[in-house]
Design a protein around this ligand. Structure first.
Ligand code: AMP
Ligand code: FE
Ligand code: FE
Ligand code: ZN
Length: 288
């Protein structure tokens, strides 16, 4: 059997911890990153910097660089837009206040989802969801996990398909920042705003995507997540082209969630991803 080479000297700038919907704690993430030989990692939890702050609180390790990070869900008419923020000051007051508002909105949304599920005849309690969340912020993947345990769905994917997806019977929208607000919040905290996984925007063609990128750049966007498990050679080439054309830095990461997304592994995604360290240098240049 062929053993996949380790991503030694490579980076992963998109990792979720138990502070949001990942299944590994920040400490476990650092340990795994060292084990596989990564040179840099960023914990980019949904709407919280707790995981990133915890990771940066441990004694520094000479072989592994830890970058501060976050991933913000933005409000768009269709598709899904996430904005990553890197190298930001995690104690920025406005950042903390805005995140608190987003976290409260999320908590209220979660309660409404549980009520909808109960109305749909699923016997589910909020405490059961809290119990699987690992103490961090609760997200739909945790609710999906409980739905699977209860036999209301056979898999996490089916739980989303049957109940939790946008337009699903238990979906509840939550307050989100506008893309420009998310970008400005990251900039004000001294960070570099980067568009996550552009394919989830569901743009109909390259022209439409380019239009969105131009608008985002106008609002202060500085980069695009080009290297990502779902991108494949064609999308990757397209995003590289667009990033070059518009002077945006390129980043990459696996969106590792641990057991919540079991086929995606840290550093290598579905096996073939290798993201070079030089992107970190470009990212630092974009901050200046
Ligand atoms: P939330 O932030 O609580 O609205 O949950 C969004 C998260 O759910 C995303 O970041 C993904 O991790 C996960 N997710 C969204 N759609 C799906 C899906 N169809 N199947 C599995 N996980 C999903
Ligand atoms: Fe997630
Ligand atoms: Fe995302
Ligand atoms: Zn993510």
């Amino acid at each position: 059997m062929e053993i996949a080479p380790r991503p030694s000297g490579c980076i992963d700038l998109h990792v979720h911890s138990t502070a949001s919907d990942g299944s590994l704690s920040p400490l476990k993430i650092i340990e795994r990153a060292k084990e596989i030989g990564l040179r840099a990692v960023a914990i980019t939890d949904h709407d919280t910097v707790e995981g990133s702050a915890e990771a940066l609180g441990y004694p520094p390790c000479p072989s592994l660089e830890i970058l501060s990070g976050i991933e913000i869900s933005a409000r768009v008419p269709s598709g899904t837009m996430h904005i990553l923020g890197y190298l930001l000051r995690l104690d920025d007051l406005t950042l903390r206040q805005t995140l608190k508002r987003l976290q409260e909105a999320r908590a209220n949304r979660n309660i409404k989802i549980v009520e909808k599920l109960q109305d749909l005849g699923v016997s589910i309690q909020y405490d059961e969801i809290r119990a699987v969340s690992g103490g961090g912020q609760i997200g739909r993947p945790h609710i999906a996990q409980v739905l699977v345990r209860k036999g209301a769905a056979r898999s996490l994917g089916e739980a989303f398909k049957k109940f939790l997806r946008k337009e699903g019977p238990a979906y509840v929208a939550r307050y989100r920042l506008l893309p420009s607000e998310a970008i400005q919040m990251i900039l004000r905290a001294g960070g570099v705003p980067v568009l996550s996984h552009p394919f989830t925007l569901d743009a109909k063609d390259e022209r439409e995507l380019e239009g969105i990128l131009v608008d985002l750049k106008e609002a202060g966007l500085k980069g695009v997540e080009v290297y990502y498990p779902e991108h494949g050679p064609k999308r990757t080439a397209r995003y590289e082209r667009l990033a070059r054309r518009h002077g945006l830095v390129m980043t990459g990461g696996t969106d590792f969630h641990g057991a919540a997304k079991p086929r995606v592994q840290m550093g290598i995604g579905r096996g073939d991803l290798r993201i070079p360290y030089r992107l970190v240098e470009k990212l630092k240049e974009a901050k200046d």
